[in-house]
Ligand binder design. Structure first.
Ligand code: NAP
Length: 322
């Protein structure tokens, strides 16, 4: 990695500005470590796509996803965190300080907290991005409540689609699972529960080619991949669960990733490289909630603080060989 002229050394660098990253920044800032948060081009990650968050404690009436991350940011900044709208493009974790190349320069970080999140895979069909937050959702736990007594469709045939589809039956009048094949990928127990559920129906061998609506979703256009036939299926909501990509590509080869690309940590948020911690959905294929990500971020920062205290007397270059 070439060293650009505008290089800055920081004690704690946080990559990612979702609940994990901003919570990590809050904790590091309150330890007087002046963390820098690389926010990417947009603050907040997936939660900022959510209309209203109703399962984050402290907001009995719910809170807008964007508003919640702005509050997180404000709180972290109040104690000395700095949020930069810049993106990490390359990292060198082979020695401390860790080198992180961004669009605008380079950071040398004594500790690194990775909270780059995950991105739900999109269908990439017309209407999807326009109607996201207005009937199109990637999170049943976040948005299911808004579909009380409504008809919804779920796209996908894996564990997530079935698990979230079953969850949606708490609210929705009907849940139609649309799958591109005639056999599910999900495990046997979930399959049995979904197939036997009185509110769940299946549309097999079909793909969504368009999401129709104006202010809100009113239908999906389907194509049967066997017959080639197209049809419109009326619905109030479209929940898409066709997988997630953890945003960890730039760490490949330097940190341990699991078979799905999630960062591997121990229960104290340590990666294999001392001084590098991971939190939130980049390291969490299981819970994927604002509160669990925020908790992981706080824990990662506490471990970074501890690491810096332990290595305070040690020249940083030699610290990783200890
Ligand atoms: P997944 O297992 O990769 O399943 C994705 C599903 O979406 C598949 O059925 C796939 O169809 C379908 N799909 C992919 N791209 C599509 C497209 N462009 N259009 C239409 N359909 C598409 O993803 P996941 O369900 O999110 O699960 C991810 C991992 O987490 C898995 O290992 C899973 O076992 C695990 N998980 C476990 C649980 C649990 O155990 N309770 C819960 C959630 C997730 P095909 O089947 O044709 O490929």
């Amino acid at each position: 990695m070439e060293k650009p002229s505008n290089s800055e050394q920081v004690k704690v660098l946080v990559i990612g500005s979702g609940p994990a990253g901003l919570s990590a920044a809050l904790y590091a800032a309150r330890a007087d470590l002046n963390p820098v948060v690389l926010a990417g081009m947009e603050l907040g990650g997936q939660v900022s796509l959510t209309n209203t968050v109703e399962n984050y404690p402290g907001f009995p009436e719910g809170v807008g996803g964007t508003q919640l991350v702005e509050l997180f940011q404000k709180q972290a900044e109040r104690f000395g965190a700095r949020v930069e709208f810049d993106t990490a493009t390359e990292v060198d974790l082979s020695q401390r300080p860790f080198r992180v190349q961004t669009y605008n320069g380079e950071y040398l970080a004594d500790t690194l907290i990775i909270s780059t999140g995950a991105t739900p895979i999109h269908l990439d069909v017309p209407g999807e991005s326009e109607l996201t937050g207005r009937g199109v959702s990637y999170c049943a736990t976040c948005d299911g409540w808004f579909f009380k007594d409504k008809d919804v469709v779920v796209v996908g045939g894996g564990d997530s689609a079935l698990e979230e589809g079953i969850f949606l039956t708490r609210y929705a009048k009907s849940v139609t699972i649309i799958h591109r094949r005639d056999a599910l990928r999900a495990g046997a127990i979930l399959q049995k529960r979904a197939i036997e559920h009185p509110k769940i129906k299946f549309v097999w061998n079909s793909v969504v080619t368009e999401i129709l609506g104006d202010e809100a979703v009113h239908a999906v256009r389907l194509k049967n991949v066997v017959t080639g036939e197209t049809s419109d299926h009326a619905t109030d909501g479209v929940f898409i669960f066709i997988g997630h990509h953890p945003n960890t590509q730039i760490f490949d080869g330097q940190l341990e990733l699991d078979e799905h690309g999630y960062l591997v940590t121990d229960k104290l948020m340590h990666t294999k490289v001392p001084g590098v911690f991971a939190a939130g959905e980049a390291a969490d294929p299981t819970f994927r909630q604002v509160i669990t990500s925020a908790g992981m971020g706080a824990a990662a920062a506490m471990q970074a603080i501890h690491f810096l205290e332990e290595h305070a007397e040690t020249p940083v270059e030699s610290a990783i060989s200890k």
